[in-house]
Design a protein around this ligand. Structure first.
Ligand SMILES: C[S@@+](CC[C@H](N)C(=O)[O-])C[C@H]1O[C@@H](n2cnc3c(N)ncnc32)[C@H](O)[C@@H]1O
Length: 275
């Protein structure tokens, strides 16, 4: 403790993890004490504070700005293009062809990427849609996250070249433009693809402003950070906002077993809303 840059006690950890939970639904286990210290240290440094107790006091009286920085620091935003590729194979080869037939009259699809981080997930969905669904269809992808910093990055659609290693070759030339000059080493997402995705801030544990229903929800590697009650409540709400027979994709280490009866498992981490 004495070698630390900032004074940090078990009580500070308890207070701050409660605050994270209240604002995000994220539940930090006991062994996340060091993680909390390292993630928040840069905030204390920036604010020239010397203890976590004073940071907690500052958050108590804060009207939003530091609270946002606090939340941004505490979220885990790891993501990648075509992460868990079997989901995109299923989307391309089975689900979208099926929906193309079922929605042939309305020619409309609504998809939600809930917890989209820096945008790689919704842009990957958009690429597959471009390949399978005719261009005159009314397709919209809503992409939301509570972390304002990653959302800004997502909206810009600029990524380091090394981040596109997982993108199938056919999409690389079609949907990415290599930067030149000051942008060398970066790639830009095709503006046509960007138009398909609407990025919005949204906290999953708060009320949702959306009025329409969704055909597909991707909520991958998000609920793993929530406790079981929060997960159950969220799955209920996902079921309510999905059309009958709507689809829910979750992350590789997530499942709905014993949490809800509103969905049935179709195949590995892909669920369909029950009748
Ligand atoms: C690990 S990333 C997953 C990104 C992407 N879905 C994927 O699987 O690659 C988890 C994201 O969930 C977001 N998140 C965490 N709690 C949230 C909440 N209460 N509401 C909305 N987003 C949340 C985080 O900000 C983070 O960007």
């Amino acid at each position: 403790m004495s070698q630390r840059e900032f004074h940090y006690t078990r009580e500070d950890f308890e207070l701050l993890r409660k605050l994270v939970n209240e604002h995000t639904g994220i539940s930090l286990s006991d062994h996340k004490q060091e993680m909390l210290y390292s993630r928040l240290s840069r905030r204390l440094r920036a604010l020239k504070l010397d203890s976590f107790a004073s940071y907690y006091r500052l958050l108590q009286g804060d009207c939003g700005d530091e609270l946002m920085q606090f939340i941004n620091a505490m979220t885990t935003n790891l993501t990648a293009f075509f992460r868990e590729p079997h989901h995109f194979d299923y989307l391309k080869n089975e689900l979208l062809p099926r929906l193309k037939t079922q929605h042939a009259i309305t020619r409309k699809l609504r998809i939600w990427s809930a917890g989209c981080a820096s945008g790689e997930e919704p842009y990957s969905i958009a690429m597959v849609i471009k390949e399978v669904i005719p261009p005159d269809w009314d397709v919209k992808i809503l992409a939301t996250d509570l972390d304002s910093a990653v959302l800004e990055k997502a909206k810009m659609g600029i990524y380091l070249e090394e981040k596109i290693n997982n993108v199938p070759k056919t999409y690389l030339s079609q949907f990415f433009k290599r930067g030149t000059g000051a942008q060398k080493g970066k790639v830009h997402i095709d503006p046509e693809l960007q138009k398909m995705v609407t990025f919005r801030p949204l906290n999953l544990i708060h009320t949702w402003p959306m009025r329409g229903q969704f055909d597909i929800i991707f909520c991958r590697n998000v609920i793993i950070y929530f406790d079981k009650d929060t997960q159950t409540h969220l799955f209920e709400r996902f079921a309510n906002i999905l059309v009958p027979n709507g689809y829910l994709f979750v992350g590789h280490s997530e499942n709905l077993f014993k949490l809800t009866t509103r969905f049935r498992l179709l195949k590995q981490t892909i669920y369909i809303k029950s009748e």
